[in-house]
Design a protein around this ligand. Sequence first.
Ligand code: DC
Length: 223
Amino acid sequence: MSSSEPVVITIDGPSGAGKGTLSQMLARHTGYHLLDSGALYRLVALAALNVGADLNDQHQMAKIASELDVIFNVDAGSTQILLGGRDVTNNIRHETVSMSASQIAAYPSVRVALLQRQREFAKLPGLIADGRDMGTTVFPHAQTKIFLTASPEARAQRRYKQLAAKGEAVDMDMLIKDISERDERDSNRSVSPLRPAEDAVIIDSTSMAIDEVFAKILTAVKQ
Ligand code: DC
């Protein structure tokens, strides 16, 4: 590979496996750019909800995806997300948006509409790409592919803590149910289902501290 090509490291896996945090840590460590591909699906869902569009209308969802007016403002490691000039950094994390994003992410035409936009994030010196199909579909030639997983209970527990820290009260059983439903949908859709690339390094973080997982990722990257 020529040194003028950006290095791409993909981190795929189900919701709540810690991809977001670990991708940010890795981006900081390497100085590479970061793609939070889930944010793009969330933005399409939010844009659709904002205009009261019918989420069952695949054609309209693809149109919204292809016309998405979004800016990612990266500043000192944190990212502000603007949709149509409005700061939606927190809005896209709401549970309603999560469920809607999972629904529209199953539409092949939405995925196609977002493909090129995602590939454009690969810039020098490199990219950490966080998602579900980064290693299988979007960046099949990535130098390192990680598939990060954890039990639904462990993932719900982490999500519970995140929401509690933000002062949002949630029911643990509801969270486990939501996570399992989303896993089911993300894993069983016909295009780009959630699954590890054949050459991915699989890491199960269920009973691991974040630093331990990060060390494993660094080892995989160095190999
Ligand atoms: O990673 P996340 O929870 O922010 O992702 C939101 C939704 O988008 C999730 O239900 C799955 C979907 N998604 C996807 O289908 N492909 C990706 N590369 C990233 C996310």
